[in-house]
Design a protein around this ligand. Structure first.
Ligand code: ATP
Ligand code: MG
Length: 321
């Protein structure tokens, strides 16, 4: 089975990216054919600083490799290094009703947050559909925020298949209940572009400060608290098993425990959890030429698969005359 998912280098990768997508992808490489990529073309919709995009792209590559993505086992590449996806995007544009894109929550949210409503942002889901369909992915592990984009991909694939005959695999979203929507420091969805993240590889002091900034209600220490509505609880439980989570929920309900204590626990857990990966990341960061080689090889390997689909599509729509 082909499992595919991407991540934007639109900032520094955070623990919601990790638990909803990266960790799962790294596990899937054992049992599936994994397609994992850094979507720098998508990041162009919100990033207007070339130097920053270069740095964040390299950092995202380092993060994945440090966290255990195996470029020998998986297809691992940077989206823009396989430009075939742009040709497929153009073809799919002609099978994408404007109304479908107008209904996209993610577009509406970004506009509401003050991003310029340009065509790149509007047609983001078409590029995403091209990404998925080009590699004939069966399943796409994502957070809930991407559910609608996956539905758009499915619609486009079905429309195209109906018009030209079986061409694309219609993919399934894989969304895990526990990590569907992970809150950020302010209680909104944790997002690189909302500035409310806990970065996976943040330095110690900075991370501690950020954890302490997580917004809570003002229930006094001695009173009972509700774990279900608490951002700190949602975040610390990512690092706990079911038993530990239940025990902590019990302590919330009993009262006598302050949010500060749970924040300290969150910091300690997170710091320890990523410690081995931090060491690996430092080692890779000292050898960027090697990382560039890995990514170039990944793009070559991926391009061969991309062209299998693209050749078929070109012939279906009449581009190879
Ligand atoms: P941006 O703010 O630039 O959109 P992002 O933090 O939302 O960045 P993406 O690159 O858009 O990250 O998404 C990468 C993956 O992480 C996707 O699978 C997405 O569903 C998942 N994801 C992102 N944020 C969350 C979250 N808060 N909870 C669960 N999953 C998330
Ligand atoms: Mg996003």
């Amino acid at each position: 089975m082909r499992v595919l998912s991407g991540i934007q280098p639109s900032g520094t990768l955070h623990i919601a990216n990790y638990f909803a997508m990266m960790q799962r992808m790294i596990r899937f490489q054992q049992e599936h054919t994994l397609f994992c990529f850094i979507v720098n073309l998508h990041a162009l919709t919100t990033v207007y600083d070339g130097e920053r995009l270069k740095t964040d792209t390299m950092n995202a590559c380092l993060d994945f490799l440090a966290l255990g993505l195996d470029p020998e086992k998986a297809f691992f590449w940077v989206q823009g290094d396989v430009p075939e996806v742009c040709e497929l995007t153009w073809i799919l544009n002609n099978h994408t009703p404007v109304g479908l894109l107008e209904r996209a929550h993610s577009y509406k949210d970004k506009i509401a947050k003050g991003f310029q409503p340009h065509n790149g942002l509007f047609s983001y889901p078409v590029l995403m559909a091209a990404d998925i369909l080009l590699y004939q992915a069966d399943a796409v592990p994502v957070g809930k925020d991407q559910k609608q984009h996956l539905e758009i991909t499915r619609d486009i694939a079905i429309k195209f298949n109906n018009a030209y005959g079986e061409t694309f695999t219609v993919p399934e979203p894989w969304i895990e209940e526990d990590t569907a929507v992970i809150p950020g420091l302010d209680g909104q969805k944790m997002s690189k572009s909302y500035g409310n993240t806990l970065e996976i590889f943040a330095p110690e002091k900075y991370l501690k400060k950020k954890v302490m900034k997580i917004v809570t209600d003002s229930t006094p220490v001695e009173e009972p608290k509700n774990p279900e509505t608490c951002n700190v609880f949602a975040l610390v439980s990512l690092f706990m098993d079911a038993q530990e989570k239940a025990a902590l929920a019990e302590r919330y309900r009993a009262g006598g425990m302050g949010y500060g204590e749970v924040k300290k626990e969150l910091f300690a857990r997170m710091w320890e959890y990523f410690a081995p990966y931090r060491a690996k990341r430092e080692e890779l960061a000292g050898n960027l030429d090697y990382v560039r080689q890995v990514m170039a090889k990944g793009a070559d390997k991926t391009r061969a698969v991309a062209n299998e689909t693209l050749d078929l599509v070109r012939s279906r729509v009449g581009l190879n005359y």
